[in-house]
Design a protein around this ligand. Structure first.
Ligand code: ADA
Length: 559
């Protein structure tokens, strides 16, 4: 399953998931030896989608690897759609290089034109290797860096003209009773301009029909007003289904009409003040890596809702589209970001870092623009925002994000709020702090928070809402002790009891996102020296079994 609804009902889509041929290429000889023409005899079977690290014998492999499969085309024009490939991907069809892409958590597509019917060979090289300068993420990141064709691959046959994108914008009336919807339908075509009958339907009601001239890249913009709109809300996640159709093609998306604002120290959903309570969640499982089955995603969301959360931070990368579909229809709020994690000044100053950061934000926003669950875009996580390079990249990326989406607040997670020089670019301030775990003691929290409030007043940014975007303590599942030493479940539960109680009592704090929902694998070589090489700050362990702290957090979130 790619989405929870049929996005292209007229396309005869072939899912290319299955068993492909696979060969690692640690010496990087695949191009010179033309593996895209003659695939190595040494190749083995590999499941797509999957992370190769989860296949027996490939746990530690980081680097270049090649995949190959065959497919049958029925039309002269086709799209190959790749929903997620880690790192740098190069795509070859019948030995010809046809596309490339950087970034592991948003997809890309390759258009094949003048294509012959029959069998074809698809070869992909995947270079998952992070470096310590300008890959996103860097080699130093606090999670296991999986590699592979991690999400599904689709073959979409097309006719001479098709609907390439459907972009939906809207403006709610001041009293939120009505909405003006604008749909921009952009076409693709392999022939000269043709006249097509275009129909636009909203929840099955035809709101436009007419003949339009279609050329490659042409756009038709349609307006429609819904006088009595049903808003999307966490307790009534109402979705509208919008479809643009021509004879040969049909493009459907879902959207929820809602208003999200950050102003006057408040976060407002449809004019109502929100207190965001939730968890940071890695889309990861030790047996599946980043290629989690949908059933597990659903189980995670059910557990998180049972915990009493209204928000998830997708720490630290765009999640699978189907998980956002699920949050849309179950009314969960989402903070989405790219994996720009822990970048230092020299890495932020690097031109390729900036270029890749802008591109990854653009892909994320264009991919997830319609999801009502996404209420804020996160620019980065714990980067050197107390430096000039941090200021420069935060300014550049925030301008780009606002140009792509003026409807959502911008945030980022800072671990140096007291000396941060970039907060002017954030609509919502996100503070990561582990007082009482990594340093100091729980009693130091109130002074820290007061000092930060004073800083915001001094800098004239005290109208911005503040959320505690990360805080927590490690607990090795099953470790219980009356003495509550660090790494015991008792310590973690006591830590979260104190911090959640404190934040809720602070009128300047608009939310608290526990680090973290579940235990996750640590980085390959355990540079952080974590017990059992897992990040053990989960409320549940990696197999989603609850620790003592789970009930403590549930108590706070339900009171
Ligand atoms: C940071 C980081 C998280 C995780 C956490 C921890 O805040 O953003 O990804 O590494 O620390 O567990 O220390």
């Amino acid at each position: 399953m790619i989405r929870l609804f049929d996005q292209f009902s007229k396309r005869d889509i072939t899912l290319l998931d299955g068993v492909w041929r696979f060969n690692t290429d640690p010496k990087k000889v695949g191009v010179t030896e033309k593996w895209f023409e003659i695939f190595p005899e040494t190749s083995i079977d590999m499941v797509v989608p999957s992370c190769w690290n989860n296949q027996f014998g490939y746990f530690q492999y980081d680097g270049l690897a090649w995949y190959q499969t065959t497919f049958t085309s029925s039309k002269a024009t086709n799209k190959l759609v790749f929903h997620g490939i880690s790192g740098q991907a190069e795509v070859y069809v019948d030995g010809e290089h046809v596309g490339s892409h950087y970034g592991g958590f948003t997809g890309f597509e390759v258009l094949l034109k003048d294509f012959s019917e029959g069998n074809h060979t698809l070869t992909i090289s995947v270079d998952s290797e992070p470096n310590d300068l300008n890959t996103i993420p860097l080699i130093e990141a606090d999670w296991f860096h999986y590699g592979g064709v991690t999400r599904s691959v689709e073959l979409m046959p097309l006719d001479d003209a098709w609907i390439d994108t459907l972009k939906i914008d809207y403006v709610l009336s001041p009293d939120l009773s009505a909405v003006d919807v604008t749909c921009a339908v952009t076409f693709g075509s392999v022939v000269d301009a043709t006249d097509e009958d275009l129909a636009l339907t909203i929840d099955g009601q035809k709101v436009f029909t007419g003949s339009v001239t279609v050329a490659d890249g042409s756009t038709v913009t349609l307006q429609h007003r819904i006088d009595a709109v049903t808003l999307w809300h966490t307790n009534n996640p109402h979705l509208y289904v919008i479809t643009a159709a021509i004879d040969e093609d049909c493009y459907t998306d879902r959207i929820g009409f809602r208003k999200i604002e950050a102003k006057d120290r408040k976060i407002l959903l449809n004019g109502e003040e929100l207190y965001l309570q939730g968890v940071n969640r890695h889309e990861e499982h030790p047996d599946f890596g980043f290629s989690m089955p949908f059933q597990l995603m659903k189980k995670d969301l059910d557990i998180i809702k049972y915990l009493g959360c209204n928000m998830i931070r997708g720490s630290h990368y765009p999640n699978a589209p189907i998980f956002l579909d699920l949050m849309d229809q179950e009314g969960m709020l989402f903070w989405e970001e790219i994996p720009m994690w822990g970048f230092k000044e020299h890495q932020l100053a690097n031109e390729i870092t900036i270029e890749r950061g802008l591109m990854m934000h653009e892909e994320m926003i264009k991919r997830d623009y319609h999801h009502p669950c996404v209420i804020m875009w996160g620019l980065h996580n714990e980067v050197d925002t107390d430096t000039d390079a941090g200021y420069n990249i935060t300014r550049i990326i925030s301008e780009k994000v606002r140009s792509l989406d003026s409807s959502r607040p911008i945030t980022y997670a800072t671990n140096r709020a007291d000396r941060d020089i970039c907060l002017e670019f954030a609509d919502i301030i996100g503070i990561n702090k582990y007082i009482g775990w990594y340093f100091q003691g729980l009693d130091d929290w109130p002074a820290y928070l007061q000092n930060f409030y004073d800083k915001t007043a001094k800098e004239g940014i005290d109208d911005k809402p503040i959320i505690m975007s990360e805080f927590g303590a490690g607990a090795v599942a099953g470790s219980s002790s009356f003495e509550s030493p660090k790494w015991s479940e008792n310590f973690q539960s006591d830590y979260l009891d104190f911090t959640l109680g404190l934040y809720k009592s602070e009128k300047r704090i608009n939310g608290a996102l526990v680090w973290q929902y579940c235990d996750i694998r640590g980085s390959k070589w355990n540079e952080m020296g974590r017990p059992r090489n897992f990040n053990n700050k989960g409320l549940v362990n990696e197999y989603r079994q609850p620790k003592r702290a789970f009930d403590m957090v549930k108590h706070h979130f339900s009171s």
